[in-house]
Design a protein around this ligand. Structure first.
Ligand code: BGC
Length: 748
């Protein structure tokens, strides 16, 4: 379900809101007052749960209901005194001033704080989440989240809507860039660090979209059919790790149905798995318009409706008063919201607006991008470029003269000065507009090769581009594929005839470097032609400098693919994306309460590939791929030796990684396990890794501890995780398809 503002309507109500919000000094005046309130719940020595209970005792039913829902979005009417106090983010839960409970001011913040331009603020755009996943760097993931937390606070928010971790089982998903790849252990571990980083800034962190929002086509009507075992070992495992290790204060349930019920009223997902099994103490909020009932959703475990109060306002109150919803259930929702406010620190550390530090942001963004760029091919050491010997460089395509593409939808961060490829604007962006950040690869390249002649050709005419490339010492051809929430990619091919462009440029110049700016894997019919290929993803605010440092070797590439790049769509588990029938796409005309409750007519997607998601599919089906999961080259080389596996409380893999080349670098050493055949699992699964920094010639011995759960399977009958007896093989190396070390151990 979408709201009109997304399509750029800034109506009269928005203007009214703007004025009022100015008068009301958004959110902060309220905070200032809330701090003065004295009550036993203000004692920070008590636990968040104790404090929540003390507040709860003081609350009227209306105050309780007030916490159960949002007050609309900035452009929505009516403007009330309560929502006028918001910070103009995408969601706002009004606080209880008399009890010192602040409002919850939410902003989307997948790779940076959204909609800053229209609010006259500045935000850093970090590289897309998938780029952070490609770094396999847990510290970088924490920094990623912490930067988002800092900038949210500086802008006056106290809740982040980020933490996307739906597994990439459908690489054409238009939100692949917002997620952390196809492996649940990698994605879950990184999202946990990201959330911890955000919450370290006293901002409520969120994990989303729970669960199985794995495609955007028909996302509000699709009914995902999946077995319990598959669910628990794939997408839900990523959430489980994210929730139990990252401790987000909030979980956002998704638009889709799962095995018949909407995710936001799905008892299995919310109450049984999330709240009971994983012991999640925080609150569940619905995705925007993803609530479909009062009593059913409440009983299933939905705590908060966003962005409005269609079900969780007056209707909810009436249902409680009529006994249709038990009062204890209402109290439980309120308790969870309150305890999250205390746990995240938004009561004890009220928001204090400050100025975002753009230089610090650029530094974090650049470093994360440097660690996430993946070197896919490097024949005859075509890279790094040597500025001392190169006289002419032909830069081609993808607006590389002015900027780099970013991911769209609710993740969109506004570029300072507006879209880099348009005339200067105010900086506000519009829903599903392709946005280019003003980070110019052309300038970054010229700065690193000051004596070379660097030319630019837009790449719109492949013949002209090939002619421009022909005489140059090196041709660098940029290709991109934009993606966004609310749509899926039609296929895995580069759009806009860029395959042809690359093929022609590479045919004209043997020293051609391809730079890809994509969120999803792409097919490469031209893969043999260029001498080098880099995947730069959506590179963020300082992407060009990160790329320049990689191209010219001041940074050694260390990224590894978090998603398999298949040879062709025909090799995917679902070669054709299941699209909704027309009737399931959108209601025409006003939505009645019945329609709202029932939702769009469902269509089913059967995840019958089962456990074989991502590389597990290609392994099991013995399909050759273009570039495997976990793959990425470096300007140096690494050797692996001496694996030993010990079994104590946990299983530990100890081995040595050696930098066998002549340049310092960082190698992600990946650890996989093959299970006994009785486990009926795909050939192997990632169970851990370590990113090791090594000087030229240096060796380090590393121990990777393996969580027993990562060696277990989910037993549906026992409704729990079990270790299957038998022989396990631990495999170690630099990619899922290059695992030189192996050792076995027995589970009795
Ligand atoms: C998206 C969420 C987002 C929310 C608020 C929804 O359409 O799916 O990821 O947080 O809108 O903008």
């Amino acid at each position: 379900m979408k709201y009109s503002f997304r399509r750029g309507l800034l109506g009269i109500s928005a203007l009214v809101f703007l004025n009022l919000s100015f008068l009301a000094a958004p959110g902060l005046s309220q905070n200032a007052k809330t701090q003065k309130v004295k009550g036993p719940w203000m004692d920070a020595n008590l636990t968040p749960d104790e404090r929540a209970d003390l507040v709860l005792k003081q609350m009227t039913i209306d105050e309780k209901i007030q916490l159960l829902h949002g007050f609309g979005m900035p452009q929505d009417e009516p403007v009330t005194l309560l929502n006028a106090a918001s910070n103009r983010g995408v969601g706002y839960v009004a606080g209880i001033e008399r009890l010192g409970i602040p409002g919850i001011d939410m902003s989307d913040a997948a790779y940076g704080v959204r909609a800053s331009g229209s609010n006259g603020r500045y935000s850093t755009a970090l590289p897309a989440n998938v780029a952070a996943a490609a770094s396999w760097d847990t510290e970088a993931a924490f920094e990623y989240g912490a930067l988002i937390g800092r900038e949210l606070r500086a802008q006056g928010y106290n809740m982040s809507l980020g933490g996307g971790v739906d597994i990439t089982r459908e690489p054409r998903n238009g939100r692949t860039f917002e997620y952390l790849g196809e492996d649940p252990v990698l994605a879950g571990t990184l999202v946990a660090r990201l959330i911890a980083g955000t919450q370290s800034q006293h901002v409520i962190g969120d994990i989303k979209h729970y669960a199985f929002n794995d495609q955007e086509s028909g996302r509000s009507s699709v009914d995902v059919r999946i077995s319990k075992r598959t669910a628990r070992e794939t997408d839900l495992l990523a959430f489980e790790i994210g929730v139990t290790q990252g401790h987000p204060a909030a979980v956002m349930c998704s638009y889709n149905r799962v095995n018949g019920d909407f995710a936001c009223e799905n008892k299995y997902l919310l109450n049984e798995v999330l709240k009971k099994d994983w012991q999640f103490p925080g609150f569940v909020l619905s995705d925007w318009g993803g609530t479909h009932s009062d009593a059913k959703a409440s009983a299933a475990g939905l705590d908060n409706e966003e962005p409005g109060d269609f079900f969780y306002g007056e209707r909810f109150k009436a249902a409680v008063q009529a006994g249709r919803i038990p009062e204890a259930e209402l109290d439980e929702h309120v308790h969870r919201i309150l305890r999250s406010e205390f746990a995240a620190g938004i009561v004890d550390f009220p928001r204090q607006r400050s100025v975002v530090d753009p230089l610090a942001g650029l530094e974090v963004a650049r470093k994360i991008e440097e660690g996430g760029i993946v070197l896919l091919k490097n024949d005859r050491a075509a890279l790094p470029l040597d500025a001392g010997t190169i006289h002419t460089i032909a830069v081609i395509g993808a607006h590389a003269d002015v900027g780099m593409i970013s991911g769209g939808g609710s993740a969109q961060v506004d570029p300072p000065g507006g879209n880099a490829i348009s005339a200067p604007g105010e900086g506000a962006t519009h829903w599903q507009e392709e946005i280019w950040f003003p980070t110019s690869p052309l300038k970054a390249i010229q700065a690193r090769a000051p004596h070379a002649v660097v030319t630019y050709d837009p790449g719109t005419d492949a013949n002209a581009a090939a002619a421009a490339a022909k005489g140059a010492d090196v041709a660098i051809v940029f290709a991109y594929e934009w993606e966004s929430e609310g749509m899926d990619l039609p296929n895995l091919s580069l759009p806009l005839h860029q395959d042809d462009l690359i093929a022609q440029v590479a045919a004209a110049n043997p020293h051609t470097v391809v730079v890809l700016e994509t969120g999803s894997p792409v097919t490469m019919p031209w893969v043999d032609a260029p001498s080098a290929i880099l995947e730069a993803w959506f590179a963020g605010s300082d992407g060009a400098n990160a790329l320049g440092n990689i191209l010219f070797g001041s940074v050694n590439p260390s990224g590894k693919l978090p998603n398999t790049f298949p040879k062709s769509e025909a090799d995917l588990p679902h070669p054709t994306l299941v699209k909704p029938p027309l009737a399931s796409q959108r209601f025409s005309g006003p939505v009645s309460p019945v329609q709202r409750a029932e939702g769009l007519p469902p269509f089913q997607v059967e995840y019958d590939e089962g456990l074989k998601v991502g590389y597990k599919w290609y392994d099991a089906e013995k399909k050759a791929v273009l570039f495997p999961f976990g793959y990425g080259l470096s300007y140096t080389s690494y050797g692996y030796s001496g694996l030993t596996v010990t079994q104590g409380k946990t299983v530990e893999a100890t081995f040595t990684v050696t930098n066998t080349g002549d340049r310092a670098g960082a190698e992600t050493a990946e650890v996989y396990a093959s299970m006994p055949s009785a486990a009926a699992e795909p050939p192997k699964r990632l169970v851990g890794w370590s990113k090791v920094k090594l000087d030229a010639g240096e060796k380090k011995t590393v121990t990777v501890e393996i969580d027993p759960k990562y060696l277990s399977i989910f037993d549906e009958e026992k409704d729990g995780w079990i270790l299957v007896p038998g022989e396990y093989t631990i495999l170690v190396g630099g990619s899922s398809q290059d695992l030189p070390l192996r050792a076995t151990f027995i589970v009795k």
